[in-house]
Design a protein around this ligand. Structure first.
Ligand SMILES: [Zn+2]
Length: 307
């Protein structure tokens, strides 16, 4: 059996899996933060709660939203989790349960999950991008997850696409995440409305979200369509650059923003076709949509545990 854990800023999820199937034997989730209890202690309790009464757990794999070093089990920095700075979570869990424990960045593991069990089955070279509030990703090269010297490679959301452009969630300017994420799409529409542009999106008093922009775009709203066109164009350009560097046979796109469909994907495909310096890069290339949905965090960790 294997235990897979998905650590997000709001929820800790854990599941116990059998040797081979993708259906968990037990699954449980709790909030990441609680008064008077550290997130790492909540995580230890959660693993204890799903621990099997009999049988052996071969490995525990944990996906964390943040910078992690899979080589030594350290969480270098997890921006959405209180106190997780240079915390050796791997050691903590391994000691408590006396079971081999491995860590990975959540988006890197999502790439592993989609490769082994989702949209990327059968490919050896794959890049996965998740487009949601931020942009994360993972790169599979010749049948192996690229982790880099310290384990923090594959941050495709932080490619510079507009030098000195909009502020990114990481504190630098002009990254892909600052231009093509759900947050960026919502920010663009908010700023244009403040400048006096008209949009269906103005008809609500709530803070504008990417989902609201997506709904307005589906109804033909000009500003909303423009926001997706810009996001899609830069995303397509970035994918062209990734093709030049890694020449994957598939790029898999996941995350809530991709649910917008054609309003995003038409400009992505156009910019990708225009962005590659030789059509050879698109020969046999596939641009696919993620298949694992909400389960990608746990299944990604499971894929790491089974390697
Ligand atoms: Zn950034």
């Amino acid at each position: 059996m294997y235990i897979a854990v998905d650590v997000g800023g709001t929820q800790l999820r854990a599941a116990l899996y059998p040797e081979e199937a993708l259906e968990p034997l037990v699954k449980k989730s709790i909030s990441t933060h609680a008064e008077s209890e550290k997130p790492e202690n909540r995580l230890l309790e959660l693993i204890g709660d799903i621990w099997p009464a009999k049988g052996q757990v071969k490995k525990i794999a944990i996906g964390v939203a943040g910078l992690v070093n899979p080589k030594n089990g350290e969480v270098i920095f997890a921006p959405n989790i209180d106190g997780w700075l240079n915390l050796n979570l791997g050691n903590l869990v391994e000691k408590k349960f006396n079971t081999q424990t491995i860590l990975g960045n959540d988006a890197n593991l999502a790439a592993l999950g989609e490769w082994k069990y989702g949209a990327g089955v059968g490919h050896h070279d794959l890049i996965y991008l998740t487009i949601s509030t931020g942009i994360g990703g993972g790169i599979i090269v010749d049948g192996r997850l690229l982790v880099g010297a310290r384990g923090i490679a594959g941050e495709v959301g932080h490619i510079t696409v507009i030098p000195d452009g909009p502020m990114c969630g990481c504190g630098k300017r002009g990254h892909l995440e600052a231009v093509s994420s759900g947050t960026a799409i919502a920010n663009y529409v908010t700023e244009e409305i403040e400048k006096g542009r008209k949009s269906f999106v103005t008809q609500t008093e709530h803070k504008i979200t990417a989902r609201m922009v997506s709904e307005a775009a589906a109804n033909g709203d000009e500003l909303a369509l423009e926001a997706f066109e810009i996001a899609g164009r830069f995303l397509g350009r970035a994918i062209a650059d990734l093709l030049h560097l890694f020449e994957p046979s598939i790029v898999v796109l996941g995350g809530g923003v991709t649910k917008a469909g054609d309003v995003l994907m038409v400009p992505v495909r156009k910019a990708l076709a225009e962005g590659v310096f030789s059509p050879e890069y698109l020969n046999g290339f596939e641009l696919g949509m993620a298949k694992l949905g909400d389960q990608v965090g746990l299944i990604g960790a499971l894929a790491l545990a089974r390697t």
